[in-house]
Ligand binder design. Structure first.
Ligand SMILES: Nc1ncnc2c1ncn2[C@@H]1O[C@H](COP(=O)(O)OP(=O)(O)OP(=O)(O)O)[C@@H](O)[C@H]1O
Ligand SMILES: [Mg+2]
Length: 156
């Protein structure tokens, strides 16, 4: 496991970190985003989508089950906030989404941690002031080199 943290002192910085990550995202990346309401997860996904070259609207898929943003690679955006059981995720074809070409990102992913593949990348969002967020990244197994690259790209 490789971990590091980033300080995002404004919403713009959180967006920008997402954008940098989106620019270099590779097919097969699976992101588990954790942190409370309003911690900045959706804003980060907006940045990722922008970095992947998607120019449309990004909203959290709270009532539908996932959103797909077509950029250089498709970004599959999930939000498990309202889900109660792992079966609900399995029933929406989770394993098929994981096997597609593209990048998967899940808000409230820690609700069903066991559903993630061993190469997942975790990002925990921790508010420390009204506009400050500490983002803690965690790479596992095959994602460790990618996380190393992310750490090097971000000066903060
Ligand atoms: N440094 C920061 N990074 C990210 N968001 C910030 C920051 N400072 C303030 N904010 C504000 O916090 C809010 C984050 O909202 P966002 O929808 O991204 O949260 P979320 O983690 O997706 O919440 P939810 O669990 O409800 O989906 C936005 O209103 C944003 O402007
Ligand atoms: Mg959200």
């Amino acid at each position: 496991m490789l971990t590091s943290s980033f300080l995002c002192e404004t919403p713009e910085q959180t967006f920008q970190l997402g954008e940098e990550i989106g620019k270099k995202a590779q097919s097969g990346e699976v992101w588990c985003l954790t942190g409370g309401l309003g911690a900045g997860k959706t804003l980060f996904v907006k940045g990722m989508a922008k970095g992947l070259g998607f120019e449309g609207n990004v909203t959290s898929p709270t009532f539908n089950l996932q959103n797909v943003y077509e950029g250089r690679l498709p970004l599959y955006h999930f939000d498990w906030y309202r889900l109660n059981k792992a079966e609900e995720v399995e029933n929406i074809g989770w394993s098929e989404w994981l096997s597609r070409e593209g990048v998967v990102v899940v808000e409230w992913g820690d609700k069903f941690k066991n559903l993630f593949p061993p190469n997942m990348i975790k990002m925990a969002f921790e508010p420390y002031t009204e506009t400050g967020r500490r983002l803690i990244v965690e790479g596992h197994n095959e994602s460790i080199p990618r996380v190393q690259e992310i750490i090097l790209c971000w000066p903060l």
